[in-house]
Design a binder for this molecule. Structure first.
Ligand SMILES: [Zn+2]
Length: 176
C-alpha cells in the first residue's frame, strides 16, 4: 500500500489548511517515502491528519501520521474482536452453533416460529404427550427425545419438538 504523489499533495494540503505551513516538493517526496515504508492508505492518512489537528495540533510529520494510523488500526481490530467475542457468547448462550446440529437448528427455528407466532406444531402432538412414548420411552408429559450418537455430547438426550409417530398412535389407541 502506498500513496500516489497526488494523494500526498492532497494530504499535505489538508495539513496546510490547519497549520498554515507551506509544504514544498521536498515534503512531498519525504511523505511519499514514509507512506510507502509505513504502508499508509490515502483514507487513513487523511483521517490521521484530521485527527492530529482535532486533538493535538502540534507540528506534524510522517511519524505522527504513522502512529495515528497504527493506533486506529489497533482500535478497529479490538472492536472487531470484541464484536466477535460478543457474537460467540450469544451463540454459546443460545446453545451453540445453530447450524452444527440438526436438532439445535430445529429448536432455533422453533424459537423463531414461536416469536413470530407461526403455527408449526402438529395438533396431534399435545394429546400424544399424555402417554409414554413407545419409541423413545419418554414419560407421559415429557417431550420425545433423541439420543446423540456421536461427538462430545454422545449419550445426551435432545428433546424433540415433535412426538414420535408411534406415540401419537399409542395416544389414539389409549383414547379409544
Ligand atoms: Zn418418542
Amino acid at each position: 500500500m502506498s500513496l500516489t504523489q497526488n494523494e500526498i499533495v492532497g494530504v499535505l494540503k489538508v495539513a496546510t489548511a490547519y497549520d498554515g505551513r507551506q509544504r514544498g516538493e521536498a515534503d512531498v517526496m519525504a511523505w511519499m517515502d514514509s507512506a510507502a515504508r509505513a504502508g499508509w492508505t490515502y483514507t487513513e492518512a487523511l483521517e490521521a491528519v484530521k485527527e492530529h489537528f482535532a486533538f493535538d495540533g502540534s507540528w506534524i510529520g510522517p511519524a505522527v501520521v504513522t502512529k495515528r494510523i497504527h493506533a486506529a488500526r489497533e482500535s478497529a481490530e479490538r472492536a472487531r474482536l470484541a464484536e466477535l467475542g460478543a457474537a460467540k457468547r450469544a451463540e454459546l448462550e443460545s446453545g451453540g452453533d445453530a447450524t452444527a446440529d440438526p436438532e439445535r437448528a430445529h429448536r432455533f427455528f422453533e424459537a423463531i416460529a414461536d416469536r413470530f407466532g407461526w403455527q408449526h406444531k402438529p395438533k396431534a402432538a399435545a394429546p400424544a404427550l399424555a402417554v409414554a412414548c413407545p419409541h423413545c420411552q419418554a414419560a407421559p408429559g415429557r417431550p420425545c427425545a433423541r439420543v446423540i450418537r456421536r461427538g462430545h455430547r454422545e449419550g445426551e438426550f435432545v428433546p424433540l419438538s415433535n412426538v414420535h409417530d408411534s406415540r401419537v398412535a399409542a395416544s389414539k389407541n389409549g383414547a379409544h
